[in-house]
Ligand binder design. Sequence first.
Ligand code: NAD
Length: 454
Amino acid sequence: MLIHELAQRLRSISFEKGVLSPSLRKDRLMKLKKVILEKELHITEALKADLGKSTFETYATEIGFILDEIGHILKNIDDWTTPKKVKTPLPLFPGKSTVFPEPFGVVLIISPWNYPFQLCLSPLLGAVASGNKVVIKPSEFAPQTSAIINVILQEVFQQDEVILVEGGVEETQSLLNQKFDYIFFTGSTMVGKIIMKAASENLTPVTLELGGKSPCLIEESANIDIAAKRCVWGKFLNAGQTCVAPDYVLIPRHKQDEFISKMKSHLQSFYGDVKSSKDYPRIINQKHFDRLMSLVIEEKLAIGGEAFRDEKFISPTVMKNVDWSDKVMEDEIFGPILPIIPYDSLQEAIHEINSRPKPLAFYVFSENEKKRQEIIRKIPFGGGCINDTVIHLANPNLPFGGVGTSGIGSYHGKKSFDTFTHYKSVFEQGTLVDIPLRYPPYEGKLSWLKLFIR
Ligand code: NAD
């Protein structure tokens, strides 16, 4: 759709008539679930074509994730959409106070290519549950997935309820020139700044789900075998193209070799010959392939390093004895390359993490409860796990989002509903009683006021 047509359509949406009732929202979400299930095979094929994702990974991290979120919303939406009475303080007697959840209006959702199905639909669920109209702009780099999402949305929603716009930078810029009531962006920190700048023109509120380097800290007492296994899983899932993948590992120097040898054996048992494994995805495009290969330091290779540009294949790659000053430590890696930095003191490792931007995710492996708590308290981060990686995303009761340069705001579960909701506060006063205390003249009233407000 052309952007100027869209702009016209947006202007024609009226708030009074436009907001779907909670029962219609439920109807749309149930229909969405049904159509996703009917098109499961098409979605799986699209993700295979765009990213070489296996059927299992597609179900676990894309389709299943969305079905689960829909279930959670359907279970709770009646409660979430009901206006809530809140307490009224005595001086406001005999009034009553109510909070009404209200949609923002028309929201813009912009999403990236790495989990192209889930990251488009997950915010959409929250936006629809809250009663918003949605314009959604998927990534241009996962075109098959974008096409199947369009088919699904057209089947489920009416024309002015959800509109999908395809395109790249230029189209997104034109979209940003329109006035929206809310912008929800998932992508890089650099583009996040562009989005926030554009939103500020209209004082449009934003959620920015961004990226960055997410550390994994292995403490002295850690179970090295489990740490290696869960790091291999979290890092090489989607070939490392996961915003919350462990970006790098910090490990006590004398444990580095043991950790690498455990990683090697887990990689072997997960993928066997990784090049021919159906479970190991590909890099999204050659530009990212080249960027990733420029980060590999031959002399520091401990595992992997095989790459085939035509096939966009990079094997799980681990580098040892990496220095903070190496190029691979500059920006988010976002691919199957894992640098390991050995450390000599835990305090020094914590200090190094804290002298960089606050991460989106942080992982700590430790068998020592006191140390775990100390580490979690000393390091600010968006969200994370103790003795695991990535899996915190699977709990809809844990709000998901970054802090500082890794993001603003959060979502998932109830937090998705809250993100797309304005909580409208209304105080209702009766007219039969009218206590004169607040009205001028104030002569002689202050001591009475102080009886109520102290
Ligand atoms: P990106 O920022 O390049 O693109 C995201 C979206 O913005 C796309 O739809 C793209 O078309 C649009 N865009 C790109 N450049 C633009 C510009 N100059 N002006 C306006 N719009 C523009 O990100 P990506 O490469 O698709 O995804 C990778 C990044 O996303 C990584 O940094 C990763 O950490 C982050 N990410 C974050 C999360 C999260 O939930 N926090 C999830 C997935 C990915």
